[in-house]
Ligand binder design. Structure first.
Ligand code: GLA
Length: 697
């Protein structure tokens, strides 16, 4: 519903302001329009955490015959010795199709490219779930989409249990005991402490998803108690929130026995750059804790991963997981991922680019379709992020600095938002009931979303033009684009660069849509389309005026990566990081956002949390911290031969589907198994054995 109101009735009498400016805000902000009805096609079966998994020793363990052949050949210790004292056991009752069969491969297709294997130092492996498949973290959140709200807390993972001290300041975590990296090296607190001391606390090393010490709270410390026990000390009392921060992306330690030797603190004369690049994609068999380890890389072609013979998770019959022997990652495009999954030459896609929806739906509806396709809730959203730093982040030149100052002007941000026709932006992606205008901030699928606390500026070009003039921008040279005031960069045309990735058609379409709509406003915006890795480097370095970005899980769940909801640390925000002097020059509302998020983390009181998120949402959307564009659902496409697919798995909620699906439990019934394995009967080679996969004989 839209409310129209005349906000400034008598303003026409004010002298010295043009008619346009005087008419500012004839269309008052309101709440977002009702989204078109679009129901999720499947809903999860909600369970408790103990229904999914537990840690316990089983009377016997099993492995695929071909892995047993390595044991028989004396190349691998027996399976019971490779497993921890108490493996993670998945409960059969929570597996939709029960205990599985070994074999087969999941063929992924991705648009990303690997920079190397040093995730801890910020290298991407190309996304699409490669890193999710090879790393394991203290806790796990992807599968929480199926956990009952009243029992919601992260799943134990590398940390198999934990307890809080009486005063709530200390959290003692017990690590899985006796688990090993994929090369057989013991996993223990040394790996955790290396990650804490030499990755997170080292300002020159930033892991891929940007975790920093503040991700776990300002002033938090971590210490080793013994090889299988670690102790956190927090300033707040019982901040259970940080358990979510210990999941994917933030606390997934790398193999310290390999990384340490290259780290500048331990290697004489090594630079941080050398450390980061010490494990290029060609470096194979990087030890992992995940279910599969990389054994083959061919540039612009493929990455192949084989089962980790030391994986520390089993089913209730004692079968060592994963069931699938191999993961393949074709290095192609994200659009090709959709096409191949629908056609059956790929096995999985997160259908997230609306440009592919209609065709994918049509093909999947056919009886003979090789893949299932199920839409979920509207969890995909895009926003326009203005760079809000004016104290040097990214070292802008005079023009860039002038744009930063405009970005910090609320009238300017309001002009931009009023000039956006979100309905048209969405329809340019796909027609039908998919997209809906997005105000920014929290998204409706989270229980914390409150429509009445969401400020939505409806499309009104007149208001936009008036606000631009109010912000001091007028087209002084009559070329159709507004100029800076005469004393700012010589009164030149305002020129704003818009950073976006060229890896996704959707990002490009939205950026182009924004540029066209800004042109109607009289604002010249210039596209800066870059491949994903380059785009990431530029936004991490603050080298952008505006950027169009697909939002992450934080705005959907609130409890996941809560710290990222506001610039709560110097390196945390997408659009406002610390300047050259290490400080953040917050606008007053940003400080309020930060305080609100910190208060949320510090309290466990549900009613208080709900109120805090209402405040957060109002601050965010009213002040346009970032400017929402569009929001729509995605669909999971998975080949029909896979079973144990949890019903209602969203493509993005607590994490991407590649985590939520629990791939280590997926299997292909024997009679449907393909012969697609590229490296049958092989295992990841231990370092020293040579590159690539090794055979038992
Ligand atoms: C990319 C893809 C997503 C998902 C993630 C996993 O971002 O676009 O669909 O596969 O990688 O990290």
């Amino acid at each position: 519903m839209r409310k129209h109101a005349i906000a400034l009735g008598g303003a026409g009498l004010m002298l010295g302001i043009s008619l346009l400016a005087a008419q500012a805000q004839t269309v008052a902000p309101t709440t977002p329009p009702e989204p078109p009805k679009f129901d999720a096609q499947q809903v999860p079966t909600f369970v408790g955490i103990k229904d999914i998994q537990e840690f316990k020793a089983l009377p016997e363990y099993h492995e695929p015959d071909y892995v047993k052949a390595f044991v028989d050949a004396g190349k691998l210790p027996p399976v019971a010795e490779r497993l921890p004292k108490e493996p993670l056991v998945y409960k059969t009752a929570n597996m939709p199709d029960g205990i599985g069969t070994y074999g087969d491969v999941m063929r992924h297709v991705i648009g990303g490219r690997p920079e190397g294997w040093n995730y801890s130092a910020g290298q991407t492996q190309g996304w699409g779930g490669i890193d999710i498949g090879l790393s394991e973290c203290l806790t796990r959140t992807g599968p929480l989409f199926q956990v009952k709200a009243e029992e919601l807390e992260p799943l134990p993972n590398l940390a198999k249990s934990w307890e809080w001290s009486e005063d709530g300041h200390q959290l003692t975590m017990h690590l899985i005991e006796g688990a090993k990296w994929s090369d057989g090296d013991p996993f223990d607190a040394e790996d955790i402490m290396f990650y804490w001391n030499d990755v997170l606390l080292d300002p020159q090393v930033t892991p891929l998803n940007g975790a920093s010490p503040e991700t776990f709270g300002v002033g938090t410390t971590l210490e080793e108690v013994d090889p299988y026990t670690i102790k956190w000390t927090f300033k707040d009392v019982k901040p259970t929130q940080y358990l979510y921060a210990m999941a994917y992306g933030n606390f997934c330690p790398g193999p310290s026995h390999i990384l340490k030797a290259e780290h500048p603190k331990y290697k004489d004369g090594a630079t941080y750059d050398q450390f980061k690049n010490a494990f290029p994609p060609e470096y194979l068999n990087i030890p992992v804790m995940g279910a599969w380890a990389p054994v083959e890389y061919r540039a612009n072609d493929i990455i192949v991963m084989r089962r980790n013979p030391y994986y520390w998770k089993v089913d209730e019959n004692g079968n060592q997981l994963p069931y699938l022997n191999e993961l393949q990652y074709r290095l192609s495009t994200w659009a090709d991922r959709d096409v191949q999954a629908v056609a059956g030459s790929g096995d999985l896609s997160n259908l997230e680019q609306p440009e592919s929806f209609v065709e994918a739906l049509r093909r999947s509806a056919e009886e003979s379709a090789p893949a299932r396709l199920a839409f979920g809730a509207r969890t995909i959203s895009y926003s326009l992020y203005p760079n809000l730093s004016a104290n040097g982040w990214g070292e802008p030149d005079a023009r860039g600095q002038a744009v930063r100052e405009l970005n910090r002007n609320l009238d300017f941000r309001k002009a931009v938002t009023y000039a956006l026709d979100r309905q048209a932006l969405g329809e340019a992606l796909v027609k039908g009931p998919f997209t809906t205008p997005y105000a920014g901030g929290l998204m409706p699928p989270t229980s914390y979303y409150d429509n009445d606390s969401t400020v939505y500026y409806p499309y009104s070009l007149d208001d936009a033009k008036a606000l631009l003039e109010k912000a001091g921008l007028v087209d002084t040279d009559g070329n159709g684009f507004v100029n800076f005031p005469a004393d700012v960069v010589g009164g030149a045309d305002v020129e704003i660069t818009l950073l976006a990735t060229s890896d996704y058609q959707t990002d490009k379409s939205l950026a182009e849509g924004v540029i066209a709509q800004m042109e109607r406003l009289g604002l010249r915006v210039i596209a800066q389309f870059q491949a994903g890795n380059q785009r990431d480097a530029n936004y991490q370095a603050g080298k952008f005026d505006w950027q169009v970005l697909r939002n992450g899980a934080d705005l959907i769940t609130v409890v996941q990566n809560t710290q990222n909801l506001a610039p709560t640390g110097p390196q945390i925000s997408y659009n406002h990081r610390a300047g050259t002097d290490g400080t953040q020059d917050f606008l007053p509302f940003e400080q309020e956002m930060v305080d609100t998020v910190n208060s949320f983390v510090a309290t466990a009181d549900p009613a208080e949390r709900i109120e805090l998120m209402k405040t957060y949402q109002r601050l965010y959307t009213e002040n346009l911290f970032a400017i929402g564009l569009t929001q729509y659902p995605g669909a999971l496409i998975i080949n029909k031969r896979f079973v144990n697919v949890p019903p209602g798995t969203p493509i993005l909620q607590f994490n991407w589907a590649e985590d939520s699906l629990i791939r280590e439990r997926l299997y292909v019934p024997a009679e449907q198994q393909s012969s697609n394995e590229l490296f049958p009967d092989t295992l990841p080679g231990a370092p020293g054995v040579g590159n690539g996969p090794i055979k038992s004989n």
